[in-house]
Design a protein around this ligand. Sequence first.
Ligand code: IMP
Length: 420
Amino acid sequence: MEKSLILVGTQWGDEGKGKIVDFFSKKFKAVCRFQGGHNAGHTIYKEDEKFVLHLIPSGIFYDHVSCFIGQGVILSIDSLLEEIKQLEAKGINLEGKLRISRYCSLLLPIHAKIDQLREDKKNSIGTTRRGIGPAYEDKTARRSIKAFDLEDRELLEQKLKDLVQYYNFQVESIHDSEPFKYEEVLANLISSYEEASRYFGDVTDSLEEIYEEGGHILYEGAQGTLLDVDYGTYPYVTSSNTLATSVGVGSGFPKSIFSDVLGVAKAYTTRVGAGPFPTELFCEEGEKIAELGHEFGATTGRPRRCGWLDLVALRYSAKLNNLTNLCITKLDVLDSFENIKVCVSYQIDEKETSFKSRQLHKVEPVYKEFRGWNCSLDACKSYDELPAEAKSFLEYIEDFVGVKISLISNGPNRDDLIHR
Ligand code: IMP
């Protein structure tokens, strides 16, 4: 590996990034999360044991890898502590391996409650109900409690009082719900922080040190391009910038922007929550993809909506992220399909339109059909061993998107990977 690498999802999240980050981690000195929060759910299988990471970077399983959480991440200390405990219970040692930016805005139980109250109303976004939106709102509105605020008790108390007052007005007047108790919120926050305080530090300095010593860094994106708060299917998006270009601000290390960018895409498309999804299938084929792909959310357990691979959207993602390479995951899920489709254009009233259309919910997908390979890809260890039908499918994607496919995942296990 020549350079540092940014790994991003190119669809609506759940592209199977956890396994790919896990694979690359062993080649890097450090892995850094730079946006999102514990709405992410990165699934990794280690010696047949399943791990789902929400906040902690997927490099944590390797002793030589240092893990960082940059300031672009919205941090629930409670969720972090829970994750640390789960990892420690399974013998994973975190001592001296995890550093979190003091600049992180904190996600408090208040934010989760507000998210849930809003989601219970009509026209919801279908969020993970973790409080991500309200916590990012506070950050932008300059109301956030930052991790470094815990270093100054007087300042913390003033800020937290204002925050509780702000939300109590909302819960009482809009949601007709119980107000938050300031003393309780403060006590919980202080005790959680005390438990986690040894993990906070200066991420910028540490990443710079690693980089200056010639170490390469893997930047682990969460969610996916089409959920980006600016360039995704707004308002049906998450509240952070998920694009590779947000890595400089989110990690706090400006040289991160000179990294290669690997985009991860499933061989089909899924989405959780509400919002437009041009290639969504409402028939048996969609159900078959869901079943064979085990398409249930890693964070919430919600069933995912499923559809064919959307190359219009993938090409849009490739451009926005300036991808240097592509990784196609879950190719094996399509093993038993007689025919496989990919969307090659969108139409509204028989006129071609693009992903940038404000009427994505109305577009009719135009498909190209491929003959399926109709056999198991289990035994394929190299690109040459793939059936001709699978190769034509992959090469068509590559040509359409204009980015080389350098990695293919053909099963859930760590070594089910084909390099190219
Ligand atoms: P939030 O990020 O919880 O506010 O949710 C906003 C939207 O992003 C919803 O449609 C969620 O389902 C989606 N979302 C958030 N995180 C993920 C993820 O890790 N994978 C897939 N979808 C996600």
